[in-house]
Design a protein around this ligand. Structure first.
Ligand code: ADP
Ligand code: X2W
Length: 279
């Protein structure tokens, strides 16, 4: 038993050396956070990363919870190209739900021994946004214009784990709803993260019922163009491509409901989920 543990430790040593001190952006989808067990497991995995000297940064979603509350309030959720059409009333619900998810996740992480701190784009102007019109006028949907990288540096120096809600603020103070995958990729690029990990509710990118373990940029774009990748996986894979084209060394798409996936994607020798690289 003791010998097994030691040989496993020796096996992970090269990965520990490679990732020590590196920034890893972990995007966790609303579907994963909905499940108590997955959320607790996620918190323990993040604690492990901190203990081995990795600097994790978390961006969370919350799409399903926003939809649930809107429906309870008698509102009709509408999407265009995966983006929620966000009028003023919807923006209020989005902000309320995301801030609640943010604090719940912070509390779970703190219970697990991490010094987590919750922020949204409004805190020290972390995410300056502007209206996103790529799919026409869909209200208060924003895209990131500028990031206050200093804030993250200060938090890392203090040993804190930033937990970011995808809410942006305009230069005139307008509140914007950001797609969490898009915000995560833009933050990873700005912070020159080593890796961006998308934790979702499937094992990775699927083709003909099978998991695709490795994709370069061209292959990823082809899967989108051919319609093999659809719905919420389109922005996710596009964001993975965007991140690796702009300096993030690799992007991973893994199953957040698999309790071992986050640590395995970093420390196991075999491939886990889908890895996207720029070559
Ligand atoms: N080729 C594909 N491979 C994997 N998932 C796909 C594919 N095409 C569409 N999807 C869908 O994308 C979903 C993941 O996106 P989404 O629901 O937006 O996740 P999240 O809430 O984690 O951001 C999967 O649950 C799946 O239904
Ligand atoms: C503009 C836009 O669509 N914003 C998303 C923000 C939350 C999100 O992205 O959550 P998931 O990661 O769980 O999908 C929304 O309103 O649902």
């Amino acid at each position: 038993m003791g010998q097994d543990v030691v040989s496993n430790l020796f096996e992970v040593l090269p990965y520990l050396e490679r990732f020590h001190g590196k920034t890893m952006l972990v995007k966790v989808g609303g579907n994963v956070l909905n499940d108590r067990k997955s959320k607790d497991c996620f918190a323990r995995s993040i604690t492990f990363l901190v203990c081995v000297g990795i600097k994790p940064l978390i961006v969370h979603g919350g799409g399903p919870e926003i939809t649930t509350l809107m429906e309870k309030l008698g509102m009709k959720p509408t999407f265009r190209n995966g983006y929620r059409v966000t009028d003023e009333q919807t923006m209020e619900v989005v902000e309320m739900v995301l801030n609640k998810i943010n604090k719940d996740l912070v509390a779970t992480l703190n219970l697990s021994g991490v010094k987590a701190i919750g922020i949204c784009g409004k805190d020290v102007n972390f995410l300056i946004a502007e209206k996103d019109t790529q799919y026409g006028d869909i209200g208060y949907v924003g895209k990131v214009k500028r990031i206050n990288e200093d804030l993250v540096s200060w938090l890392f120096q203090a040993g804190y784990v930033p937990v970011i809600a995808p809410i942006g603020v305009g230069e005139d103070g307008t509140t914007y709803n950001l797609n969490a995958d898009v915000a995560a990729a833009q933050i990873a690029i700005a912070l020159k993260a080593e890796m961006i990990i998308f934790m979702t509710d499937v094992d990775g990118v699927m083709k003909d019922g099978r998991l695709v373990s490795q994709l370069d940029v061209e292959e990823a774009l082809k899967l989108i163009q051919e319609g093999i990748v659809k719905a919420g996986m389109v922005p996710k894979l596009s964001c993975a491509v965007e991140a690796v084209k702009n300096g993030v060394k690799s992007a991973r798409i893994i199953n957040g409901n698999d309790p071992t996936a986050l640590l395995a994607t970093l420390f196991a020798s075999g491939p886990i989920g889908t890895i996207v690289t720029n070559h």
